[in-house]
Design a protein around this ligand. Sequence first.
Ligand SMILES: [Mn+2]
Length: 374
Amino acid sequence: MTGSLFQHIDLQEECGLLRSQLDRGAAIAFHADADGLMSAVLASQLSRRTPDVSAVLTEDFDFRALADWVRTTCESLVTFDINVFSNPAALELLASSTQDTLTVYDDHLGLSPQKLPENVTYRNLLPPRADPSGEIRPTSMFVHALLNSEVRRSPRNDFLCVAAAHGEGVRERFRKHLPMLAQPFDRLARVVGRGANAFFTLPSATTLAPALVAALVAYGRQSAPIEIGEIEGSDWVGTLRDATSEVDHAVEAIVAQARSQKPYAAGDVPIYITEVRDDRRIVNLVASSLRVAVDEGVSVAWQRRRGGVAVELRRARSLSSPDLADALLSMNPTYFVSRGGHPMAAGATVREESFHGFTQSLLAALRAQGHSPS
Ligand SMILES: [Mn+2]
């Protein structure tokens, strides 16, 4: 089950530590996608009080907004699925804005600082000897494992965990470790997971997120059996479905256009690059969906945003290189506001004025890494 992925962590002990932090008033911040959302929803069930919860959009990886929120909201903070190592200066700011402890649960690669700020506890969800070519450990599966380490298994939490796996694109990969759901529930979990990713791209997500989190927490806390009709009929599924249909059209149109272009070749690896012009922050969804559509090489999507140019990289599932996180981390630091991720899926915010230099350097970095079929 989910727990077997985290044998390097004492789940019962960790569960007790997390509960006591939440009981003492720690707030939760999560990466604004399906994995982060479900991590926060599941974690908030550990405590009898309802923790304050804030969603962090990828483009806010400079943490200024989060630091402001922390200063006015809580003394301790727990983060899920947020890559605090994507921007060490921002981590310093966040740590100094947190009066008491900052606890980080994550599995992303980034720029590990020589020394963590004193009040930061980092729980690396990747096992110490993870296969560097592409190991990931979704935070939602970790929190699910924490819950299961001490309480009765809950079909509702199983559903939320599988929904996150669908959103994260790891339902197949972690099939053996995820709870088994009956077919109709599994299909609905996919709708919920994809809907959560779509939801957080909408400008309205900032104002609507607290109600969504509250509804999901309330759903998970109930002990009544899980029923298709109850989920289908809920307001929160309606919100998520609407988000998906709104965003899917935009993503499909951009991906169709990108596929019709000739890819760049870096060594043997074709590279598909596409610009995203949209009000919504859908650059990650475009990159992921382009990867599936072209099914080869590396897919790159970029989108101009307020804080810089958001860039998302995805590697075809059939490849075991290039290592995309490593490519970003090996590049000139002056290009970046933030950067990090996984070998097969990574992202960055690039300074607007550095974007041209960045793209040339990225092609060179990918070419230097070559590729090999897995
Ligand atoms: Mn995430």
